[in-house]
Design a protein around this ligand. Structure first.
Ligand code: FMN
Length: 240
């Protein structure tokens, strides 16, 4: 299955075989990561693949592998990580390998070689004893007209994107020239402290689904003076 078709089938997996993946598969994954498209080429990022014993998590389930993700702190860095690694999530699921983004897991005693990069988030992955695919009617998502100023089928891949606690914090507006603006919901102070950063990863994830579905036309940019939308932050603009 290709990455685009995987958007309509994937789901978060929380039941894994203990058996690790073979080295050839792990190398294919590394190779995919190193060739994934980035949103912001000026931001340094890195990753490592760790086993269960090197991960601290409050999740009651365990996976044989964890991608731990790091980035420099520059404008849009959470979105950039979401964008790159949602392509990886789709790649893994297209190969029948289960995945789950986990905000609630971090590497134990890990030192990144680049001290300017901080730990961002983890993705659990591995083979599952279950069928990891689902049907389109099993997705629990907002309707298109709740996430956009106009119901637009071109936004379906974004609508299906995974997000922390399935909060789907994105809103899309249409411009007269055919481009789109992307907004992220504003949270109260307390919620922002705990989940604000995940919402930024979420909008990057939604953009990854739009890129994978429109590889030739996708372009992302930031406007200097974007339109304000009450209750939302501007997160960027794109063409698809
Ligand atoms: C940034 C982010 C953080 C997440 N953190 C967790 C987590 O800590 N634990 C968990 O079980 N699932 C976590 N998830 C998975 C979401 O709960 C899941 O993507 C969402 O409910 C939609 O379900 P789906 O991925 O099956 O479509 C996270 C997802 C994202 C995108």
């Amino acid at each position: 299955m290709n990455l685009e078709d995987t958007i309509y089938k994937r789901q978060s997996i929380r039941l894994y075989d203990d058996t690790p993946l073979d080295n050839q598969t792990l190398n294919e994954i590394r190779n995919f990561i190193e060739n994934a498209k980035v949103l912001n080429p000026n931001i340094k990022w890195s990753y490592d693949i760790l086993s269960t014993k090197n991960i601290r998590t409050i999740m009651r389930w365990k996976a044989p592998h964890y991608l731990v993700l790091f980035s420099e702190e520059k404008e849009n860095y959470y979105q950039n990580i979401g964008f790159i690694f949602q392509q990886v999530d789709l790649f893994l699921q297209s190969k029948e390998i289960g995945t789950c983004w986990i905000g609630m897991a971090s590497p134990k005693k890990y030192k990144n070689e680049d001290k300017n990069q901080k730990f961002i988030i983890t993705i659990a992955f591995g083979k599952s004893p279950n069928n990891i695919k689902r049907e389109i009617n099993q997705f629990k998502r907002k309707d298109l007209d709740e996430i956009s100023d106009k119901s637009d089928e071109k936004l379906v891949p974004a609508k299906l994107a995974p997000s922390a606690s399935n909060s789907q914090p994105w809103y899309f507006t249409h411009n007269d020239d055919g481009s789109y603006d992307l907004y992220r919901v504003k949270l109260g102070i307390i919620r922002n402290k705990f989940v604000g950063k995940w919402n930024k990863i979420d909008t990057g994830i939604a953009l990854a689904h739009l890129y994978v579905s429109n590889r030739d036309s996708f372009k992302f940019y930031k406007k200097d003076s974007p339109k304000e939308l009450k209750g939302y932050y501007y997160d960027g603009s794109f063409i698809i």
